[in-house]
Design a protein around this ligand. Structure first.
Ligand SMILES: [Fe+2]
Length: 281
């Protein structure tokens, strides 16, 4: 498979490496499609970093500011801000006003094409989303799927692609929630599901995902049931089509302390197979 199943890895165990496409930036690769070059990663920009030469990419880009403040074309993206920059969106200036970490979702090879004054402007197909501050949004607590009711959840929809119907949203799960009777059905989707844990913990069938955990789950793979001791906020994407939940008839047990049972590509197994736990006190 060109983009392998990663479920799940704590980004804390991965090393920073230098990003080949822009100088002075480090990143942690979370998942990559070896054929297309599409990739998801955490990117670190040191305070004062600047790209003065304008550039664009054939890749679309979605990103979320985990911490810091980055400015693209004089638009500020502070902690909690989301952006969608369509293919061929011209970045005239990019600067980091603080030490900044963002998670970026790049759907094709992200090599930049530099733009020189006088070149024809690249044509952009889709509308960008510039600096959507998620802290200023309200949780939508409407329940569309009653099988998720026990999570006492909320959503903030960040973007739905008008063509592919791919969806990116924040998903909030309340603390101290679990399936009734400690068991529940498993769900699967016809699309890829990708997720990064921004805050908190979520227990499921592959263990306890903590702040900084990441998964890329190909279509059709059953998962769950879920619950949480602490509550959590996840940044979730359904990639390549509309989000649909299919449920199993069979019920599966739930535990807050499910053992870590990751599925990882070979290159992540060295660091990823051992459970990562923070020091709480
Ligand atoms: Fe799911």
């Amino acid at each position: 498979m060109a983009r392998e199943h990663v479920e799940f890895i704590q980004s804390q165990v991965l090393d920073w490496q230098s990003w080949p496409h822009l100088k002075g930036i480090e990143y942690k690769e979370l998942s990559t499609d070896k054929e297309t070059g599409a990739t998801t990663g955490l990117f670190k920009f040191p305070e004062g970093w600047k790209e003065k030469q304008a550039y664009w990419m054939e890749s679309e880009e979605e990103f979320f500011v985990v911490e810091g403040d980055i400015e693209i074309n004089d638009v500020h993206y502070s902690e909690g801000c989301f952006g969608y920059l369509p293919a061929r969106y011209l970045r005239r200036t990019v600067r980091a006003n603080k030490d900044t970490t963002i998670i970026r979702f790049l759907d094709q090879n992200p090599a930049p094409t530099y733009y020189n004054y006088g070149d024809p402007l690249p044509e952009v197909g889709k509308a960008p989303v510039e600096s959507l501050n998620t802290y200023e949004m309200v949780w939508d607590k409407g329940v569309l799927d009653p099988k998720l009711l026990h999570l006492d959840f909320g959503r903030k929809i960040l973007r739905i692609d008008p063509e592919t119907k791919s969806k990116t949203f924040l998903y909030m799960v309340s603390p101290q929630v679990r399936p009734e009777s400690w068991s529940g059905p498993r769900e699967h989707h016809p699309t890829v599901e990708e997720s990064f844990t921004l805050y908190g913990t979520l227990a499921g069938d592959r263990g306890v995902m903590r702040t900084g955990s990441y998964f890329w789950r190909p279509p059709g793979i059953p998962h769950g049931p879920y619950g949480s001791r602490t509550g959590c906020v996840l940044l979730i994407r359904f990639v390549g089509g509309a989000h649909v939940n299919h449920w199993s008839e069979k019920m599966y047990p739930f535990s807050f302390d499910a053992p870590y049972r990751p599925i990882l590509p070979k290159h992540l197994r060295g660091k990823g197979l051992k459970e990562w736990k923070p020091t709480p006190f």
